[in-house]
Design a protein around this ligand. Sequence first.
Ligand SMILES: Cc1ncc(COP(=O)(O)O)c(C=O)c1O
Length: 524
Amino acid sequence: MEHNSSVHSNRRDRAAGSTSARANSRSGRSAEVPDGFLLPLANSSELAVELRIRIARGDWIEGEKLPSVRRMSEETGLHRLTVYKAYNRLKDEGLIESREKSGYYLTVPRRPAETGFGSVQRFRSPEQADPESSGTEGLEVPQPALLGELHSVECRYQFSQALIDPLLLPNSYLSEEAKHVFDLYPRVLGTYAPLQGDEELLNVLRRYMSETCGFVPEGQELLVTSGGQEAIHLTCEALVRPGDAVLIEQPSYSIAIEMFKHRNARLVPVDIHPDGYRMDEIEALMRHHRPVLFYLNPTFHNPTGWCVPAEQRKRLADLAETYNCILVEDDAFRDVYFDTPPPPPVYSYDTVGNTIYIRSFSKYVFPGLRIGCLAARADLMRRLLTAKARSTGGTPLLNQKVFAHQFQSERSRRHLHKLRTALQLRKEAMEKALEGSGWTWHSPQGGLNLWIKLPEGISPQRLLADALGSGSGEDTISFVPGSFFDPESRPDPHIRLSFSMLNERRIAEGVALLRAHAEKQGFR
Ligand SMILES: Cc1ncc(COP(=O)(O)O)c(C=O)c1O
């Protein structure tokens, strides 16, 4: 069902104070030169240049922490995402490094006598070398690499993270289960887990797959991973060489895009629609590009929530066989449906073993356990195991045991049932709050997100800047702009709003505020 709420008509006059001083400073138009800086700053390129100058002249010493993103944003009047972007540029150049949950630190040796201001030339970005090319102003399109940082921005209304609200999880039950595991296996922390996974968990997963997915991986065809993310990473490591063509949905899960790009794959986008794929398009792309693999998320797809119908899954398995293309089926949201279970996985239609089946359970079990798995035929599995041996060498045994004991318990099944209802209510609350906004979306039948098209004239990036930059922290809102999910990082009029983290009341409040920001944008 497509939702198409009516377009707002009450446009206010531009002159009515919408170009406030704060808006000016947020878009980087401040004429003031911040302390320690040489120039007034307009965008992340300029901030990056200034920071290179300050590093070169020795404002910070090696290993010293730079001002936090928040502080730098306050100091410069630039938006926090603009500061992230500048910091990330410097990180890519090896000048600074980020330490998890701590901040950014200087990595370069300070050599003022040797370099002085002259060294600035060394760090010049292409735009600075050619000032004519430096056209971007204000907040620029953020890159997928910034997604983690976006999630980490403290804000009151969190619509950016497609994760279960921890309050919806049976936390005390799990802690009891974890204690029980220590009683049952007192030496559980005293040993490594087997490379392929703990046998007890592998059996639980086989049983689950036979009941829920319509197939049972044989003997050595199942591997426990540290989340779905590690499974994608292993696939990338094992199968993709630089220059290989990789089909990927457009839009797609941004972390997967990043992994394939990092491997220097040649990404070939495949459009996904509310009713699935255009199979003739996929066939043409397979024939033309001879891709080594197709990474797909056909069930309550992230970010759109759309689901590929059964007949297309079957046809896809046939095409993969014809063109000798591995299908990497990421099925992270299978169990997160509202009314009707989704069609069986593509893997279940594959008669020759061309599919790698990846599961994350983080979307509804306990994300902190980071348990996932993948199923693949024996020869692919050998390559994946080599990659696993090179990465973690085995998923922590304690996590596997805790997961195995609670995953298929009666209590967990009952919980999953309630969780589905809770998520559906949250989705409906978000849809209700969006009524009359003029924003459009296809109501998903599962997953954690709404994929929303904004009316023409509203920029997702600017909306994010406004929503995050409200200042007080009382009413800040986060969501993910559509360009994060584009394999080619093109601008996109969509945004992803996750409805899983907040309760219905907070969803209604947050969406109302977001709509107010969008309405203001319409008047600028
Ligand atoms: C499509 C998709 N695959 C995989 C993952 C990663 O799963 P995990 O958290 O288990 O690593 C996610 C997480 O958002 C996802 O959306």
